[in-house]
Write a protein that binds this ligand. Structure first.
Ligand SMILES: *[C@@H]1O[C@H](CO)[C@@H](O)[C@H](O)[C@H]1NC(C)=O
Ligand SMILES: *[C@@H]1O[C@H](CO)[C@@H](O)[C@H](O)[C@H]1NC(C)=O
Ligand SMILES: *[C@@H]1O[C@H](CO)[C@@H](O)[C@H](O)[C@H]1NC(C)=O
Length: 487
C-alpha cells in the first residue's frame, strides 16, 4: 500500500528525510491560527473574512474543504493554509490514486501556482475515528492519507505541503486516569501506530482537537475550574507533576501515548480548541472569554506543557458562527465563533498580535433592511397554528438561542414565537412570504432585541450566490437571441 515508498530509491528517501528535517528547522511555529467553517446560511464574502483574519493577526487558517472562492481569497495573503478533505470523500480517495492526484491537482496545485496560496497542510478527513461514526472511516482514512501523500510528492509539493489527520482526543486514553498512562485506544491501536509511523516518516505532524467544554457538557460532575487556565482547580498529581488544567493533561496524555510507541518527538498541532457562547448553560460569553483568553495567555507564555516545553501550535475553534451546523451534538454547535456570523467580536480577546486586547470587526458588511418578523400583537397564543409554525420555523432556521441558559432565555412565550418567526424570515432573505405563518406573523421596523437576546438581521449573500438568477436569465436571453438568429 505504501506506493510512494516502493517507488522511492534509497537516496531520494534519505534526501526527503533530510529535507523534511531541514524544513522543520527553518519553519518557525508562528502565531495563532483559526478554523474557518462555512456551514452558514449567510456566510460573509471570503475577501471580507481574509481581511478580518489579517487585521486580527491570524497567521494560519484551517479549512474543512477546498472551496474554490475561499482558497482564491487567501491567495497572496501570506496566511498559511491547512486545507481539509471531508470524510465523505475518503472512500473514493482511498480506492483510487488517480482521484487523489486529481484532488491535489485541482485543490492544491492550481492555488499554489496560479494564485500564490500558502498551502502548508492537507487535513485528510475530520475526526474520522470518532466513536459516534461507528467505524465508518476506519478502513478508508489511512489509504486516503497514503494516496494524497503520493499525489503531493508526484505534483512536486512533497516538501512544502504536509499531510495530517485531525483527530478527536478520544483516539487515546489513559488507563490510570493520569497523563503518564496515555496510550492509543485499544480498538484502533494498530491503525493509529501505522498512521503515526507514516506521518513521522514524512515529517508530518499529529493533529488533535481538544475540548474541555465537551467534557463539562457531557459530565455534570466535571470540575468546572479544571476546564479553565486560572490555576484554581485541585491539581491532578502525576508522579510529582501537577496538572492544573485539562488542556495540559489531555495534551500530555497524547505525548505519553506517542512516547510509549516510539514517537516522543512528533510535532503536535492543536487542530481545534475553543468554547461556544450560546445554546447551553455553560456556553456563554463569560466562560468563552475566560477559556479562550486563558488558553491564549497560556500559549503566549511560551512555556508549553509539563511534557512538552515550548510553543504550542494551535487553531482556535472557531472564527465565525455557523447557523447550518448539525445540532446533533448539542445546540451550542452553532455558536463556537469568537465573532458572530456577521463578523462582530463577541468579547475582548488578546491574541498577542498587533491589535492587542480587542478583536477587529469585519469591514463593509452589507446588511438586509432594518426589519424583523414578529408574532402579531393580536394573535392568540392558544391558536393551534402557533406551535406548528414555530416548529416549522425552527426546523428550517435557527432557534438554538432559545431555551434554558441561553442568550434568549429571558423571552416570554410571545417573544419565543417572534424569535422563531424572525429567524425563519431572515434566513429566507426577508421574503414577504417568509413572514406569513398562517397570518400570525407581521413585519416590524422596531428592533425586538432585548438584553442579551439579539434578533438578527441577515447579511446580503455574497455576489457569486446572489447573481445566479441574473446569470440564468442572461443565459436564457442568449439562447433566445441565438434561436432568433438561426430563424
Ligand atoms: C476539490 O475540493 C472540492 C471541495 O472540497 C471538492 O468538491 C472537489 O471534488 C475537489 N476536486 C477534486 C478533483 O477532487
Ligand atoms: C451508529 O450506530 C448507532 C447504534 O447502532 C446508530 O444509532 C447511529 O445512527 C450510527 N451512526 C452512524 C453515523 O452510522
Ligand atoms: C421558550 O422556548 C424555549 C425553547 O423552546 C422553552 O424552553 C421555554 O420554556 C419557552 N419559554 C416560554 C416562556 O414559553
Amino acid at each position: 500500500m505504501l506506493h510512494s515508498r516502493k517507488n522511492m530509491g534509497w537516496v531520494s528517501m534519505a534526501m526527503a528525510l533530510g529535507m523534511s528535517w531541514l524544513l522543520s528547522m527553518v519553519r518557525p511555529v508562528t502565531g495563532i491560527g483559526a478554523n474557518w467553517g462555512t456551514q452558514a446560511s449567510h456566510p460573509l464574502p471570503p475577501e471580507t473574512v481574509v481581511r478580518m483574519l489579517r487585521e486580527n493577526g491570524f497567521q494560519k487558517v484551517k479549512l474543512f474543504d477546498a472551496d474554490y472562492d475561499t482558497l482564491s481569497a487567501l491567495g497572496k495573503s501570506g496566511i498559511e493554509v491547512m486545507v481539509g478533505i471531508p470524510n465523505d470523500m475518503l472512500a473514493s480517495l482511498a480506492s483510487s490514486s488517480k482521484a487523489a492526484e486529481k484532488w491535489v491537482s485541482k485543490n492544491v496545485s492550481t492555488h499554489i501556482s496560479s494564485n500564490n496560496v500558502n498551502i502548508r497542510y492537507v487535513a485528510v478527513g475530520n475526526e474520522p475515528f470518532l466513536q459516534t461514526y461507528n467505524g465508518s472511516f476506519l478502513r478508508t482514512t489511512f489509504p486516503a492519507l497514503q494516496n494524497i501523500q503520493s499525489a503531493l510528492i508526484k505534483a512536486g509539493h512533497g516538501n512544502q505541503v504536509k499531510v495530517t489527520v485531525p483527530l478527536n482526543a478520544d483516539v487515546y486514553s489513559s488507563s490510570s486516569g493520569l497523563p503518564s498512562g496515555g496510550d492509543f485506544r485499544s480498538d484502533i491501536h494498530d491503525l493509529m501506530l501505522q498512521i503515526v509511523q507514516f506521518l513521522s516518516y514524512y515529517g508530518a505532524p499529529f493533529t488533535v482537537n481538544i475540548y474541555p467544554f465537551i467534557s463539562l457538557y457531557s459530565d455534570p460532575s466535571f470540575p468546572v475550574e479544571y476546564a479553565f487556565f486560572d490555576g484554581k482547580a485541585t491539581p491532578l498529581n502525576d508522579a510529582g507533576t501537577n496538572y492544573y488544567n485539562m488542556f495540559d493533561a489531555n495534551h500530555d496524555t497524547l505525548v505519553w501515548a506517542l512516547q510509549k510507541n516510539g514517537f516522543g518527538n512528533m510535532p503536535i498541532i492543536i487542530g481545534e480548541i475553543g468554547w461556544p457562547t450560546d445554546g447551553d448553560e455553560n456556553a456563554n460569553l463569560n466562560y468563552a472569554q475566560r477559556f479562550n483568553q486563558g488558553f491564549m495567555s497560556h500559549i503566549l507564555s511560551g512555556k508549553g506543557t509539563p511534557m512538552r516545553a515550548g510553543p504550542v501550535d494551535a487553531y482556535l475553534f472557531s472564527l465565525i458562527d455557523e447557523d447550518k451546523k448539525s445540532i446533533d451534538p448539542g445546540h451550542f454547535e452553532r455558536h463556537w465563533g469568537i465573532f458572530t456570523f456577521d463578523g462582530l467580536p463577541k468579547y475582548q480577546l488578546n491574541l498577542g498580535s498587533a491589535n492587542s486586547g480587542s478583536l477587529v470587526p469585519a469591514k463593509n458588511v452589507k446588511y438586509l433592511a432594518r426589519m424583523w418578523c414578529v408574532l402579531k400583537p393580536s394573535a392568540n397564543l392558544e391558536d393551534t397554528q402557533v406551535g406548528d409554525s414555530v416548529s416549522y420555523a425552527c426546523g428550517l432556521a435557527d432557534c438554538t438561542s432559545l431555551g434554558y441558559g441561553t442568550s434568549c432565555s429571558n423571552l416570554d412565550a410571545r417573544g419565543n414565537v417572534s424569535y422563531a418567526f424572525n429567524s425563519y424570515f431572515q434566513t429566507n432573505d426577508q421574503a414577504d412570504e417568509a413572514c406569513k405563518f398562517s397570518n400570525l406573523g407581521t413585519i416590524t421596523k422596531i428592533d425586538p432585541s432585548t438584553g442579551s437576546c439579539r434578533f438578527e438581521i441577515m447579511i446580503e449573500l455574497p455576489l457569486s450566490a446572489s447573481t445566479i438568477p441574473g446569470g440564468l436569465s442572461l443565459l436564457i436571453l442568449a439562447i433566445i437571441l441565438s434561436l432568433l438568429t438561426v430563424l
